[in-house]
Ligand binder design. Structure first.
Ligand SMILES: [Fe+2]
Ligand SMILES: [Fe+2]
Length: 303
């Protein structure tokens, strides 16, 4: 029986260019389409109600999800909301945008494949936790609704999904290093550099650029493990994702990746530069935890 590498015709590790050319035009590209539509509704608030409504109405699973949420017992008294327009008014733009984005992105995390303790399911909960963390951080600390940062948080590790899909068995080789040679490869970035010669942050940045997603998101995705390399205009986004990613991984919502000692120092630097205190991080993380628990209780975490 041919191995996965033979089947996928991978006799060597693909270069970053090869990976991008496969992933960017694969099914994953539908993420780019939906993110761009969502960004457009944030940019043009005047037309956003109609745009959002139209985008949902032509998508039956999305319509069903929005209506189900609007009629959910979670919101108190029983309602009978039957139109998308009513659902948008009731739930609010931001909630409906998040439902749309989550549903489109979740599709790529639905697989039971697991290598070591990596699984797409873990990755989904991690991505959602990071997106929620970023949104709560922006709202609480920067008085900003956090529309863009939620999308960036949800997509920050999309490069890992692309690696898993398009590097064949080399993805498992990389995870093996991360799991069995932790002294030498304490972070996923180091294991990726050793096996692939690129990182999921590079791949995420390049993929989202090919999809014409705005720089605000692509640059933050590209620098989420090295926020200090990001240009000043996008530093706050990158540093916020770093803080969210670090906190969620360290507190149980993440890749089974150890937290490396130098990340602790970077966290401190990020918090200082954004004038954040550790207590705020604790409060925000508790909000993330209760939101995820609530989604799970309502049966909406994976659907
Ligand atoms: Fe990452
Ligand atoms: Fe992450």
């Amino acid at each position: 029986m041919p191995s996965e590498i033979e089947r996928r015709n991978l006799k060597r590790v693909p270069t970053a260019d090869e990976l991008i050319s496969k992933a960017a035009y694969s099914e994953l590209a539908s993420i780019g389409v939906v993110v761009n539509k969502i960004v457009e509704t944030v940019r043009n608030p005047h037309s956003s109600a109609t745009q959002l409504k139209e985008m949902i109405e032509i998508d039956p699973p999305l319509s069903a999800k929005v209506l189900r949420r609007a009629n959910s017992a979670f919101y108190g008294i029983k309602r009978n909301i039957t139109s998308i327009r009513e659902a948008i008014v009731f739930l609010g733009f931001n909630t409906v945008r998040e439902i749309a984005l989550n549903l489109k992105v979740l599709k790529f995390f639905e697989d039971n494949k697991a290598y070591y303790s990596y699984s797409r399911k873990n990755m989904w909960v991690h991505s959602l936790a990071v997106a929620l963390f970023c949104k709560f951080l922006y709202r609480r600390e920067f008085r900003d609704p956090g529309d863009y940062i939620y999308s960036a948080g949800l997509l920050h590790d999309i490069g890992i999904i692309a690696e898993e899909q398009f590097t064949g068995e080399y993805f498992q080789v990389m995870l093996k290093k991360l799991n069995e040679e932790q002294a030498q490869y304490p972070t996923i970035v180091l294991a990726e550099k050793a096996v692939f010669g690129f990182t999921h942050a590079d791949i995420g940045r390049r993929l989202t650029s090919v999809w014409n997603i705005p720089d605000d998101l692509t640059k933050a995705i590209g620098s989420h493990h090295e926020p200090f390399t990001c240009d000043p205009a996008h530093y706050r986004h990158a540093a916020s994702i770093f803080i969210a990613d670090y906190t969620c991984r360290k507190r149980g919502f993440g890749l089974p990746e150890p937290v490396a000692p130098d990340e602790e120092a970077s966290l401190k630097k990020c918090l200082e530069s954004l004038k954040l205190i550790p207590e705020s991080i604790d409060v925000i993380f508790e909000d993330v935890k209760s939101e995820i628990e609530s989604l799970e209780t309502r049966g909406e975490l994976y659907s």
